[in-house]
Design a protein around this ligand. Sequence first.
Ligand code: BGC
Length: 796
Amino acid sequence: MPFSARYIHYIKSHCASQRRILSILVKTFFGTFLLCGIWASRPASAQVTAPSQSAGIADKSLDARVDSILRRMTLAEKIGQLVQYSAGQPTGPGTGRSDYDDMIARGQIGSLFNVNDPHEINKYQKIAMEKSRLHIPILFGLDVIHGFKTEFPIPLGLASTWDPTIVEKASRVAAMEAAADGIRWTFSPMVDIARDARWGRMAEGAGEDPFLGSAMAAAYVRGYQGSRLDAPDSIAACAKHYVGYGAAEAGRDYNSTEISEHKLRQFYMPPFHAAVEAGTASLMSAFNSLNGIPSSANPFTLKQVLRREWGYRGLVVSDWNAVGELIPHGIANDGATAARKAFLAGVDMDMVSSLYHDHLEQIVKSGQATQAEVDEAVRHVLRVKLALGLFEHPYVDEGAAAKALYHPESIALAQTAAERSFVLLKNTNGTGGKPLLPLAGGSQNIVVIGPLGDDSSYPGGAPPGSGPRVSLVAALAQRVGESHVSRFKGVGILDGTDQEIADAVAGAQKADVVILTLGEAPEMSGEAASRAHLGLPGRQKELLEAVVRTGKPVVLILFSGRPLTVPWAFEHVPAVIAAWLPGIAGGPALARTLFGDVNPSGKLVVSWPRAVGQEPLYYNHLNTGRPAGDMDLTRPPSDVASRYLSRYIDEQNTPQFPFGYGDSYTTYSYGGTIISTPRLSAATLNKRLGSGEDVAPPMTAEAEVTNTGSRPGEEVVQLYIQLTGTSVAEPVRMLKGFQSISIAPGETTKVKFELKPDAFAIWNNRNQFTVEAAKLNVWISPDSAQGSPAKAEILP
Ligand code: BGC
C-alpha cells in the first residue's frame, strides 16, 4: 500500500543529516530559554527556516492577482476550484467518478490527491494548463505524514523526542522529496490532542499536551513550507483535523465529541492556532460532531474562531467525504443541504463527496449562498496556488523525482530521529546489580524473538523492501557477527502455534540475552484502528511469559502506535523500550541504543495507562472535589476515608508511566525550583498579554540538574505550573516550557526558563483569555509527576 493516504505508515521521506558534536546543547521553544549551552549541529542540506510569511498565504501582494483571476471566472469555474477528488488509491468511500480528464478540461476540479506518479501528475496538469479555459493549475495533495519515501518515526515517536528542531528538519526533508514528485500539498500535521490510547490516531499526533502540541504543530508547518512557499522544494501544510477529533467518545474513531468551549479553547485549539500563526496554508475540517454540530459544518469554529479571531487567510478543506457525512450525522437529509451547510459554515473545498460540484451552483442561483461567499472561498484556494508558485511552475521535472529520494543524510536524520524517539521505560536487573542495558559488547549470543524483529522499519510504515532499510536482526548481526544472532518469530501479531512458542523458548535457552520484539502491526494504529483492548495482540503475551520463564535476561522492545497495557511485562521484564513505529532507520537506531552508542532521551508525550479502564488518561486533569491525594490506591478501599474519593476500587489512578517520563542509561538529580519573584500582578500581566517575545519576562524559574551517573546524557527538563483560586478549575499541572540539555557525567547545569505573561493566562469563566488572581505552583522536573513546587501568588 505505498503512498496511499489511508494509513499513517505508508509515506516516507528523506532528509538531511544532523550530527551532534558538543556535549551541551540547547533547544528552546516558545517562552523557554536555556541560558547556558550551545546547540551544535553539522550544516544540513535540509535547512531549518523562519516561518514562511514571505510569499506565503499572508502575502498581501497576492490579493491583486487573486482578484484579477476571479474577475475572469464564471460561477461554474469558481465552484470547480472548490472541488477535490482522490485520483489514486482510495482512502475512504469514493464517489465512483473517474472522468477527471474531462472535468479538468472543463475547469471543474481544483485539486486532486493520491496521485503519486510524476508522469501522471504532469498528465493531469497538462490538461488543466492547456485545455481548461483559464489555465488554472491543479493542486496535488497527499498524506505525507512522517516523511515521503524516507520514512521517519510516526508523529507520536517524533514528538517523543521533545525536539521541534528535528521535527522541522524531518518535515523539510519530506517536503523536498514530495515536491520533487510533484506533490505540493500535504495533509499534515495532525495536531489533534489525544488523551485516549484506544483512539488509533493518537499515533499521528504529538500526544496529550497543548503546549508541546503547539510547538510540534509550528515545527511541522515551518518544515513543510520552508522560508518561501514558492520554493520548488516547499509544500503547503494542512493542520488537521479541526477540531476536537481526538476527543472521540470511548476512543472510537469518527465518534461524537462533547467539549465545552473552555476546554476547546484551552486544550484542543492551541495547536491549530500555533499552526495558523506559523503560516499554515491550509486546515482540514474534521469528521466528528462537536457538541452536536459536525466540525465540517460548524460556523463557530470555522468562521468565528478561525477567520475572525485568528485572522486566518488560508484554505479550509473538508476531511474525506465529511460534507457528504453531514447526512448520516443527521443535520442534512439530502446532498444539497449538506453542501449548503458545509459551505456556509466555512468549508472552502469539498474533499471527495462531489456535493459542491453537484449542488453549489444551484445553491448560489437560488440565493441560499452569495457570489461574494463563493468568491471568498475561491480566493482561499487561489491564494495557496499562487503562493506555491504553481502558476509559474505547474509541472514537475519527471527525471528529478527519483534523485531527491533516500539521500544518505536523509537516512541519517531518520536514524537520529528514531534514536531520540525511543523511550526507555524500564531498565533493571542486569548482572552485578547493574541495569541490563546497555548490553555489553563482545561475543554474547543474542536471540531476537517476536513478530516484529525482521524488518523493524516496517512498523514505521513502508512495506519491507522499499528503500534502503536494515532490520533490527540485520543491524544486530552487523554489530556482533551473524553467528551470534539467532532469530525466532515465536508468534505472529495475531496468531501463532504452540510449536512456534516452544521453538522460541528453546532458542532463548541457548542465548545469553533475549531481545523480544512485540507489539502492534502498523495497521493496528492510525485511522480506523481504534482498540478496545490495549494489551499485546494475539498470543504475544503467552510468548512473553514463556520466554521470561527461561530466566534469561530479556529486553522487551514494544512497537506500537500507542501505549500498550502490559503490566505483567513491567513487573517481570528487566528492560523495556517503547520504540513506537520507528521508520526506515529503526533497525540500526535500535541496535545502537541497545549497545549504548546512544543514550535514550525520549520522553512520553502521552500518559501510559495501567489498564484500559483508566482511559481517557492525561496528566493535565482537574483535581476534582475528592482527590485521592497520597492515599494508597494499590489496595481496595477499606473504610469511609479511603472509599469516597475519586478513584477506582480495583486499580490505581496514576498511570504506569506519567506524561514526560523517560529513563536513561545515566541518572539525574534535580535541585529545587527557584523563582525570581513570589508575587505577580494580574493587572500588569493582562496589560502585557500577547505582547510577544520582546517583553521582559515577569518571572523566571531555574533549577540545577546534575548528571549523577557515569555516562553523558541528554535530559528533557520540563516546566509545569498550577493555578488555584481561579474562576474556572485549572489542571493539577500544565506544561509551560521544556528544554533538552546534554550533560556530562558529574556535571551540573543550571536550567533557566522565562515565563511570559501568556503562561499565566487561562480561558476564564467568560471564555476570555486572561490572567486572574491565583495561587501559583511552579515545578522544574523530569516528568509531570515528580518534584516539589516553588510557590508564588498572582495578586489582582
Ligand atoms: C483522513 C485524513 C486524510 C484524508 C485524505 C481521511 O480519511 O481522516 O486525515 O488526510 O483521509 O487521505
